[in-house]
Design a binder for this molecule. Structure first.
Ligand code: ASC
Length: 155
């Protein structure tokens, strides 16, 4: 009985994390979903800009910016599943989003989690102020971007 309760609990926890996919009911709805999700990724990109410049040595490391952007990236990562929940595969859109996003939700959620984790590490490293870790922490975030793009984004 305890096992059954534990099982039920774990299912209910899982379902609270996984986002239910829903097909866009019209092209208008699909276009709106596209606009919103692209806006989200633009915000993610804008928070990567300075970090990338720091990792490349174009800008000096700034722990306060790393912590702030890391926090923003963590928060933005938590929005990805919601903003990609609308399945727009049936509509003709100008998009780099591959159908796989809606075909492999578990895999997609893993990629999202990788960004969340990397953004959390970036904040921790920035707070600790150990500059020897700065580049690898930023690199970890960049890797999580690429890891998802390689599978789910047309390029
Ligand atoms: C960025 C950006 C991406 C990722 C990726 C990392 O700054 O705009 O898409 O990092 O280039 O490999």
């Amino acid at each position: 009985m305890k096992k059954i309760i534990a099982l039920m609990l774990s299912f209910s926890l899982l379902s609270s994390v996984a986002i239910a996919e829903e097909e866009a009911a019209s092209v208008k709805e699909a276009r709106n979903a596209l606009k919103f999700r692209q806006s989200l990724f633009q915000l993610i990109r804008s928070n990567m800009g300075d970090l990338g410049a720091m990792a490349k040595g174009v800008k000096p490391f700034d722990a306060a910016v790393m912590e702030k952007n890391g926090m923003r990236l963590e928060q933005l990562s938590l929005m990805i599943a919601d903003y990609l929940a609308t399945d727009t595969r049936e509509h003709k859109l100008e998009t780099d989003a591959l159908d796989k996003i809606w075909e492999e939700p578990d895999n997609f959620n893993e990629k999202i989690q990788a960004l969340t984790t990397a953004a959390q590490r970036l904040q921790a490293v920035a707070k600790a102020g150990d500059e020897s870790q700065f580049r690898s922490a930023i690199g970890g975030v960049g890797k999580s971007c690429k890891g998802c793009h390689d599978v789910f984004k047309a390029e």
